[in-house]
Write a protein that binds this ligand. Structure first.
Ligand code: ZN
Ligand code: ZN
Length: 394
């Protein structure tokens, strides 16, 4: 079967030391320090075999993620941009949905409590948490110490068949009543993963909101736009999206934002205070990856607004330091929390049940392509900010 494979050369930077969980020449938790000359290709790979607790899935839809773009993008020295867990060569693709073809004897469907029968529509978590380590045992699978990630360190879903342990799978049968067409069903299913990243950030880590709260989302990419839908549905009075790109601003409004602020053309804090009648927001989501640029604006809105107890959630990954002023967070009882991942805490099933009740994520997908078009679109997304989610249909 054809698969989109990413290869790169193992060439550690001077001073790089193999981490305790790294595997020489094959796997690193610090990808951008060891991998250079990334190369995308369409290769013929073997159809995988399943184990006792695994499921063979015929992939129907798989979205391109920013991390796919960064894994395949070399910097000035030829090293990949993506800083995290990677083992090459690997079949890319982790935002996917499909149909169960074959299930091992112990591959239990959490919807029925029985073995998968075959024919069920499913999606998968991207994080293969181990369940044995201390964070997993304590109920924090997003912080697993022995994490593997599909499409990063194990073969992913830009291909015809993928294998996933049943514990990471979620049944999508409940979406069939809202998405009659197969294409819509599986497109929606492929968006559960990024929507769950947004849900984990604003509800689980950010503490959620109360009906009537005001929220600000900085950055209208897939995570920010999904967060707009979730927070609007959670009862936010005003969902203010800060975004400079016109297409992303329009998509944000379609997803649930009530207002868009362009911080390059308007005074961000002043606009937030105008919209919220002088209060400022209760929740701020940093989804730009440019904390050094947006943080002074966030602080100004918190400082000048009347609202106490604002929470700033950091979901975008960035190397840059956050310029925070203790005084602002002390006087305004504000806090900053980090958010990572999408597993555990009932997040996937809640996102799926909200989607089954009409929370439509499918507008996030702004372009549909074939499997063979994936490499050129991964490269195109290095510069393009007009598209939101590009999804391969198989
Ligand atoms: Zn992703
Ligand atoms: Zn673990």
């Amino acid at each position: 079967m054809e698969a989109i494979v990413l290869s790169a050369e193992w060439s550690p930077k001077p001073g790089f030391k193999l981490g305790s969980k790294d595997v020489e020449g094959k796997l690193s938790y610090l990808g951008s320090r060891v991998w250079r000359d990334p190369h995308l290709s369409i290769q013929d790979v073997k159809t995988p075999q399943i184990g006792d607790d695994e499921v063979l899935i015929e992939v129907k839809a798989c979205g391109i993620c920013g991390s796919d773009v960064h894994m395949a993008q070399p910097d000035a020295d030829g090293y990949i941009y993506y800083p995290g867990l990677t083992a090459f060569p690997v079949v890319l693709g982790h935002e996917f949905s499909g149909v169960v073809v074959e299930a091992g004897g112990k591959a239990i469907d959490k919807r029925t409590g029985k073995r998968y029968q075959g024919g069920e529509a499913v999606c998968a978590e991207e994080m293969f948490w181990c369940s044995y380590c201390r964070p997993c045992a304590d109920g924090y699978p997003n912080h697993c110490e022995a994490l593997q990630e599909i499409g990063f360190s194990v073969d992913g879903a830009f291909t015809k068949y993928a294998v996933v342990n049943a514990r990471y799978l979620w049944n999508l049968e409940s979406l069939k009543k809202v998405y009659a067409a197969e294409e819509d069903l599986f497109t929606a299913g492929s968006l559960v993963e990024p929507a769950s990243v947004a849900y984990n950030a604003v509800i689980e880590r950010g503490g959620g909101i109360r009906v009537g709260d005001n929220v600000v989302i900085l950055g209208g990419g897939p995570i920010g736009a999904a967060a707009a839908a979730i927070l609007r549905r959670a009862g936010a009075a005003n969902v203010i999206l800060s975004e400079t790109q016109r297409e992303r601003a329009e998509l944000g409004l379609r997803m649930g934002a009530t207002h868009v602020v362009n911080p390059q053309k308007e005074d961000f804090a002043q606009r937030v205070l105008e919209i919220t009648d002088g209060m400022g927001a209760d929740l701020y989501l940093e989804a730009t990856g440019l904390p050094h640029i947006v943080f002074p604006d966030i602080e100004k809105a918190i400082w000048e607004g009347k609202a106490l107890n604002a929470t700033v959630v950091i979901v975008a990954r960035a190397d840059a330091k956050i310029p925070a002023t203790g005084e602002v967070f002390q006087v305004k009882r504000a806090s900053i929390v980090g958010a990572q991942g999408h597993s555990g805490h009932g997040t996937f099933p809640r996102v799926i049940s909200a989607m089954a009740a009409g929370m439509d994520m499918t507008p996030l997908c702004t372009r549909k392509i074939s499997l063979r078009q994936v490499p050129e679109h991964i490269i195109m997304l290095r510069d393009d900010r007009k598209e939101c989610k590009i999804t391969a249909l198989l």
